[in-house]
Ligand binder design. Structure first.
Ligand code: NAD
Length: 472
């Protein structure tokens, strides 16, 4: 049941308007940025094994063509609507601008509950969806590049790629038509975990400022902080895993069918294993089952990480949230009406258009890899290693100390693809945080990180339109 007065897209435009009010851009330019450029919805038939025909509804929304290609995930969920896809496409535009990824925003979706379909049916649906996009040029390396999202993974991206290549056999850069592909199909190391890893970097950076943490009654750093994760899917699992490795204590996890709570901390891999064996996170040994999955949002903790879906924190439950920081790993988990209540409670919000931008950042690296037709590090790794070897030999000679084999191996290592992707992601997430925090602190009447992130995005997109000569 929805409790919001605003739709998801209206909630996003409310955040946009708050930031836009702090600029002096002409209203025409602001409207050009705010609304979706193209919205395509379509239906196609699926023949079931019993011969019956089912109509499947698909969407692709391209929110902003200020940079091409446009980029955004593909969602499979029975809750997909035009409003939802528009909101998610808009968030993609702002997200790309926040992390300086040179794409416009887009999003796609199919209104199905994937758990109700066989793998063969899902493949048929995905391939037909891709054909429908291709017919209207809503997919292609230079126009629109889908990626995985809620309910999809590298498997669906491989099907989309194969369909696109079948339709465009002579296209040299065809592999760049989707990202989030398996490595063997032109994917990049680190894409699967990229969004969760980006969420981890966003919290490390946000929690590194002593003065900001002091205001919340916290010490700096993620180590020892109690955290709650909603949604143990791709983003939630990887965020939890990296945070736990850095010393965070995961006190509760919520899934669609319930939640588990353990104050001394859940071992996230053990919870995942338990889910694989039993089909649910419930009844995890030693942990308490919570009555409703939404109860996890209201647990006592330092950091709440909604990593499932939008519209989770509403005007109805916002006053009961006890976390000191909410890091939006999902897109749009906090509705505009709820945000005011959270702010009055002094809760710090790390906004989605920054916090979950790790996925599109690494998708950008994958797209670059596909266009360059070479693996990152292929030409430099050996060269770096022999340079390091010469320096180490000189150090041994000068100091008279012999390094152990382990020290040699660690110091000699030349960067491979995984190292470079991780380093690029870390650099992007830290720089973007510092940029939006600086914008918040230096802009008159800028109340929070979300407004600062929107403001930074609007200003960058406005420059693009001015460079295109469309607006003065
Ligand atoms: P996913 O399908 O891998 O995982 C989502 C998980 O949430 C599933 O395990 C599902 O069962 C669970 N869930 C659903 N409803 C729930 C509820 N009410 N309470 C608790 N758990 C619930 O999806 P994902 O790729 O991890 O995406 C999650 C969110 O992150 C979405 O908002 C998505 O748009 C956003 N996001 C994803 C990426 C990406 O790279 N995959 C990038 C940026 C943002």
């Amino acid at each position: 049941m929805k409790h919001n007065k605003l739709s998801f897209f209206e909630s996003v435009t409310t955040f946009f308007d708050r930031a836009a009010a702090l600029t002096d851009h002409p209203i025409g330019l602001l409207n050009q940025i705010k609304y979706c450029d193209s919205c395509y919805w379509f239906k196609f038939p699926l023949r079931n094994d019993d011969g019956s025909i089912e109509m499947i509804q698909g969407f692709r929304v391209e929110h902003s063509h200020h940079k091409l290609p446009v980029k955004g995930g593909t969602r499979y969920s029975e809750m997909v609507t035009e409003d939802e896809v528009k909101a998610l496409a808009a968030l993609m535009t702002y997200k790309c601008a926040v992390v300086d990824v040179p794409f416009g925003g887009a999003k796609g979706g199919i209104r199905i509950e994937p758990r109700r379909y066989t793998d063969i049916q899902l493949e048929k649906i995905t391939r037909r969806y891709t054909v429908e996009l291709a017919k209207k040029e809503f997919i292609g390396p230079g126009v629109d590049v889908p990626a995985p999202d809620y309910g999809t993974s590298s498997r669906e991206m491989a099907w989309m790629l194969d369909t696109y290549v079948t339709l465009n056999p002579a296209q040299l850069d065809a592999a760049a038509c989707v990202t989030g592909k398996p490595i063997a199909q032109g994917g990049v190391h680190g894409r699967t975990e990229a969004t969760g890893r980006g969420v981890y970097f966003s919290l490390v950076q946000a929690m590194s400022y002593t003065e900001d943490m002091k205001k919340l009654g916290l010490t700096p750093g993620v180590e020892g902080k109690k955290m709650v994760i909603q949604g143990l899917g791709n983003v939630g699992y990887h965020a939890a895993k990296f945070l736990q490795e850095a010393g965070a204590v995961i006190v509760a996890v919520a899934e669609y069918d319930g939640a588990v709570y353990l104050p001394k901390g859940l071992d996230i891999d053990a919870v995942q294993e338990h889910r694989r064996e039993t089909g649910t996170i419930l009844d995890f040994p030693g942990a308490k089952n919570l009555a409703k999955n939404a109860d996890a949002l209201e647990c006592e903790c330092d950091v709440l990480i909604p990593a499932a879906l939008e519209e989770q924190i509403t005007a109805q439950n916002a006053s009961r949230i006890k976390a000191k920081i909410i890091c939006e790993a999902a897109n749009g988990p906090i509705m505009a009406e709820a945000e005011e209540i959270l702010k009055q409670k002094g809760i710090m919000i790390v906004p989605d258009i920054y916090a979950n931008a790790g996925g599109v950042t690494v998708s950008y690296f994958e797209w670059l890899k596909n266009l360059s037709h070479v693996r990152f590090g292929r030409m430099s790794k050996r060269f770096e290693e022999s340079s390091h070897k010469r320096v180490l030999a000189a150090v041994e000679k000068i100091t008279g100390r012999s390094l152990s084999d382990k020290e040699w191996q660690a110091a000699m290592h030349g960067a491979d693809e995984a190292d470079l992707v991780d380093s690029g992601l870390e650099e992007t997430m830290y720089n973007a945080y510092n940029d939006i925090r600086e914008t918040m602190l230096t802009t008159k009447n800028c109340p929070d990180l979300r407004t600062a992130a929107f403001l930074s995005a609007i200003n960058k997109i406005a420059i693009s339109y001015q460079q295109l000569g469309i607006f003065p």
